[in-house]
Design a protein around this ligand. Structure first.
Ligand code: SF4
Ligand code: SF4
Length: 383
């Protein structure tokens, strides 16, 4: 195959992505010591950084697509190398040249779905609100208390539609005046940006921002930590600021204010998996735990790798759309940790985490041993 590695562009993009960030690396290897990939196969961010510094990156290699942007190595790096931003910059070059190794080829289909229908599945835009059929869910109108933005997975994925329905039931039970945008909602764009398609991210973000402004949206409730992260930290790049609340924070608030009343006990052993984009990237550790600990009868236990040390599920950075071989899935390790703790339920608060963990639970024949649940699904059973 003809080599298409564009050395000059790589050096230019790296410079633009974080100044001389890569050059600051002194090859200490701390990033490799904490990277979850090295629990399942060999992968070296240190090596990737070294090669990029000299413009020697092979953009045809699968390596530039492995990082899940979990946030563990930037926490440890003594030289502030900005591994995530610089790694994404390499993916942008590959995307520009249309170079996708076999396990990553799905990105083309995902991008086509996002361009055509505003969701990665290529599902009909007009059916975006179908998850709410039979429930009391209104279209958003200006002056409502909050916009509920379920995001793509909760709108279309059969497993995750249950989470959207649970959320709507809880909001109704607490008397929240909320609405949805339905077909006017687009993918937030977070993951396609991390997968290297900057132009598509900008397009999705601008369309969402226009819709929010046209509809008088001020406060947005999200179920996905990825929507949370991008609305809160990335949309301000377009000079807008919306108030953004994650469902775990909102549930905690509703319970504290006495608006959400639980009528039953939950006599199960529960542990909690911190999603990277809720925990490490945004510091939201206490509220989801606060919700679970308020449930009467629930026995809560922490896994060893929790809070800022949480083990990534493997789905961030667009990896949820890419092929990860059996035996190399971080979510398998997480299910083993939860089983080792004797948990009946592994709770979390992210559609990607649920997708990855459910997949592992089934392929590991653990479906009878443990349940994977969004915290809204637990609360719904108790109202
Ligand atoms: S932790 Fe930072 S300085 Fe150390 S090898 Fe990794 S990128 Fe380089
Ligand atoms: S951000 Fe996470 S997955 Fe990516 S290289 Fe660092 S530790 Fe590994």
């Amino acid at each position: 195959m003809e080599t298409v590695t564009p050395y000059k562009e790589i050096i230019d993009v790296i410079k633009a992505s974080g100044g001389e960030a890569f050059k600051r690396c002194f090859q200490c290897g701390l990033c490799d010591a904490v990277c979850p990939w090295n629990r399942v196969r060999t992968f070296s961010m240190r090596k990737l950084v070294r090669e990029a510094t000299f413009g020697l990156t092979d953009i045809e290699s699968e390596d530039i697509w492995l990082c899940t942007t979990c946030g563990r190595c930037p926490q440890q790096c003594p030289r502030d190398v900005k591994q995530i931003e610089s790694g994404v910059a390499l993916r942008r070059i590959a995307t520009e040249y249309g170079v996708f190794p076999a396990p990553v080829k799905t990105i083309r289909t995902i991008s086509a779905g996002l361009v055509g229908q505003g969701n990665p599945f290529g599902e009909d835009r007009e059916k975006r609100a179908a998850w709410a059929e039979g429930l009391s869910v209104k279209p958003f109108t200006e002056g409502m208390e909050i916009l509920y933005f379920p995001g793509c997975y909760l709108s279309y994925d059969p497993r995750l539609k249950k989470v959207a329905r649970a959320t709507a039931n809880i909001l109704n039970s607490a008397g929240v005046d909320f609405g949805i945008l339905g077909p006017k909602e687009n993918c937030c764009g977070e993951s396609i940006r991390k997968a290297g398609d900057e132009e598509l991210f900008k397009r999705l973000a601008k369309e969402n921002i226009k819709t929010f402004i046209d509809n008088g949206v001020k406060k947005i409730l999200v179920s996905s930590p990825h929507c949370y992260h991008t609305f809160k930290n990335e949309y301000p790049e377009f000079r807008v600021n919306f108030e953004v609340v994650h469902i775990s924070q909102y549930l905690f608030e509703l319970m504290n204010e006495g608006r959400l009343q639980l009528k039953k006990d939950y006599r199960k052993k529960v542990t909690y998996h911190d999603p990277c984009y809720l925990g490490r990237h945004n510091g939201i550790y206490d509220e989801p735990r606060g919700v679970l600990k308020k449930i009467p009868g629930l026995e809560f236990n922490e896994m060893v790798e929790s809070r800022s040390d949480s083990l990534c599920c493997g789905g961030g950075g667009g990896r949820v759309w890419m092929e990860t071989q059996k035996g190399e899935r971080f979510s398998d390790l997480r299910i083993e940790q939860a089983l080792g703790l004797g948990a009946d339920v592994l709770a979390t608060s992210c559609p990607y985490c649920i997708t990855m963990l459910e997949d592992s639970r089934i392929t590991m024949d653990a479906a009878e041993k443990i349940e994977v649940k969004d915290i809204t699904e637990i609360i719904q059973e108790l109202i």
